[in-house]
Ligand binder design. Structure first.
Ligand code: C2E
Ligand code: CA
Ligand code: CA
Length: 582
């Protein structure tokens, strides 16, 4: 395949850097200089107008400097080529051992103009500058390193931040743990809402933020500590450990210095982190990646929605819980095949007469005979792993099957609402698939109500407006579940046209306070103005029922009238046969 001019220049420059700067072969550069070449060197402020001047300058100054440069890899190489001209911008991270013998890490920037002379690319102009050098504690580099050592270093360095990458970090941690008997913690550390920074300010700003955080984390490390960027917005640190109080002060310092002031000012937002901390046991027998996994497990349990930075420590119970969760997920598809999930129905009643008029379908998982797993244990997990999509349709089939049996037996069918996960609503053919199942059993659509939790209406309200319209066109009812648990405001009621408002148990539980009662009253009033029916969940006491009657709530659901029971029992108790009615 013929190379494009850009690829050709790229390979040429990569080869040049390798021979000239890594293998220290000066002639490799001299060969490539055009006779008309000029050079601006920012370090010395020298402007050299001819190749001869350049060579002289080289002998006096550059050879000694470049001998000390420790170059491992090219960080950025931008090439633009058109016709006989090309422009190249290169950034090369370097470490050099200045007179002080301090290890300084910085970047060497080259801007080159190339020109084709007799079909051969030559450098016509070269501009080089050093970006301001910072001392990096992590890197143990000296100018005497062999090529293979430098290659190893390159492979262990993160190209965005210049600190260690995953491999480098693990290597360094293992050295440090072998070297001394210090107590250490391993911290997995991630930037809160980093996606937002990328989306709002662009990826190049995202990289600058990561670089700055990398530098500051690196500077937070003391002797015999280390840090690295191990993936995307995830960093890891190995810190010495005294006690939790000391660690908390240290992390507060890290939080304060996470970003340089000028960058913070430019961004205009506070950057926080979340972290999972694993206190490395004295035995130190584990593999580092296993320790990192434990720190990650904790990190996943940190509440991202809390204000400020937040972290947790690992404990063995978390591991047990995690193993249990994995078992659940591993077993899910077999459980669906084995029909371990059962349809339960909880009655819904008229607030005034307590007559049962409808029901809510709820799922129960009977893992073994008589051993049930509560929905709160598996529904959130099923949502995380997407299994919920299958389970919801499985439950819908079970419900339709039951309703079909009622119709076949000539019983009076009652409307049943069914819980649907937020994961469905962005799927193109969701309603179509849903209708297909319902129609397969010939269930009239108005007997089925969709329950979607309040937060979906808030977070995806544009989708919800569309979905509500589609559902109504098909003749289904839509219900806003768990109202009062999240951030939904009354305003929501006017934005999405739902049919039923389900007040959550938490909101009901505040009915004994004056404030709570007023809120409930206003919610009910407004819902009625929007032509919605109001159902209140979790009614356990007569007192609550009486209050709700006074407030004009329409329907109720709760243990006072009936708990969720197997569909067969619900049928026996609450579904009348036609004969009984006539
Ligand atoms: P939900 O939709 O809010 O369901 C109402 C929950 O309140 C049910 O819990 C019900 O048993 C409980 N409950 C009803 N009356 C009372 C009462 O008087 N007192 C108390 N303390 N609780 C009462 P359950 O069955 O454990 O379900 C929990 C959640 O799991 C449901 O909350 C729903 O969000 C979800 N879920 C259940 N089945 C399914 C399903 O098939 N698909 C989906 N996507 N989610 C489901
Ligand atoms: Ca529900
Ligand atoms: Ca609910």
């Amino acid at each position: 395949m013929v190379e494009s001019p850009e690829q050709c220049v790229k390979h040429l420059i990569e080869d040049l850097i390798k021979r000239w700067l890594i293998e220290k072969d000066q002639n490799a550069l001299i060969d490539k200089l055009s006779d008309q070449c000029s050079w601006i060197n920012e370090d010395t402020n020298r402007i050299l107008m001819t190749k001869k001047e350049i060579l002289q300058f080289f002998e006096e100054y550059y050879v000694t400097l470049y001998d000390k440069l420790n170059i491992c890899f090219i960080k950025d190489l931008i090439v633009r080529a058109a016709g006989n001209q090309a422009v190249v911008i290169i950034e090369i991270p370097i470490c050099y051992d200045a007179q002080t013998a301090k290890q300084i890490q910085t970047s060497l920037m080259f801007t080159m103009i190339l020109q084709k002379e007799n079909k051969v690319w030559k450098i016509l102009h070269l501009h080089d500058s050093l970006t301001s050098g910072k001392e990096y504690k992590n890197r143990e580099i000296d100018a005497q390193q062999t090529v293979s050592e430098r290659e190893k270093l390159a492979s262990q360095t993160d190209s965005v931040t210049g600190i260690l990458n995953m491999d480098g970090f693990c290597d360094r941690v293992s050295q440090l743990l072998k070297k001394n008997n210090q107590r250490y913690v391993l911290i997995k550390f991630s930037i809160k809402d980093f996606r937002y920074i990328n989306l709002r300010y662009g990826y190049s700003m995202g990289d600058i933020v990561l670089q700055n955080i990398g530098k500051n984390l690196d500077q937070s490390c003391m002797e015999e500590e280390t840090c690295g960027r191990i993936e995307k917005d995830m960093f890891a640190m190995l810190y010495k450990y005294k006690n939790k109080r000391d660690m908390s002060e240290r992390l507060e310092e890290v939080r304060k210095r996470l970003l340089d002031k000028n960058l913070l000012y430019e961004l205009g937002i506070q950057i926080d982190f979340i972290a999972g901390i694993y206190i490395i046991p004295k035995s130190r027998r584990e593999h580092i990646k296993d320790m990192l996994d434990k720190a990650l497990m904790v990190l996943q349990q940190v509440d991202r929605h809390q204000n400020g930075s937040h972290y947790l420590y690992y404990d063995d119970n978390m591991m047990k819980k995690q193993i249990f969760h994995h078992q659940i997920i591993r077993h899910a598809s077999t459980a669906l095949k084995n029909e371990e999930f059962q349809l339960y129905i909880q009655p819904q009643f008229d607030i005034g007469s307590c007559e049962v008029i409808a029901g809510e379908a709820l799922c129960r998982w009977e893992k073994e005979k008589g051993v049930f797993i509560a929905p709160d244990e598996f529904i959130p997990l099923f949502e995380d792993y997407g299994v919920i999509l299958e389970l919801d349709f499985y439950m819908l089939r079970k419900l339709c099957e039951k309703m079909w049996e009622w119709m076949q037996a000539g019983r009076i069918i009652k409307p049943i609402s069914i819980n649907q996960s937020r994961l469905h609503i962005e799927k193109e053919d969701y309603i179509e698939e849903f209708c297909k199942v319902v129609d397969e059993y010939g269930i009239p659509h108005h007997y089925i109500a969709f329950e979607l939790t309040e937060s979906v209406f808030v977070e995806k309200y544009e989708h919800m407006i569309k979905l509500a319209k589609e559902l109504h066109e098909k003749g289904f009812q839509l219900s806003i579940d768990d109202f009062g648990t999240g951030f939904a405001s009354l305003n929501l009621l006017s934005v999405v046209s739902a049919d039923i408002l389900k007040i959550d148990k938490n909101l009901l539980d505040s009915i004994h306070t004056k404030r709570g009662k007023t809120v409930l009253q206003k919610v009910i009033e407004l819902a009625h103005q929007m032509e919605m029916k109001v159902i209140c969940e979790g009614i356990e006491e007569r007192e609550q029922l009486k209050e709700l009657q006074e407030l004009g709530c329409d329907w109720g659901q709760g243990y006072l009238v009936g708990k969720p029971i197997p569909a067969e029992e619900f049928e026996k108790i609450w579904i009348e046969s036609v004969q009984e009615v006539t």
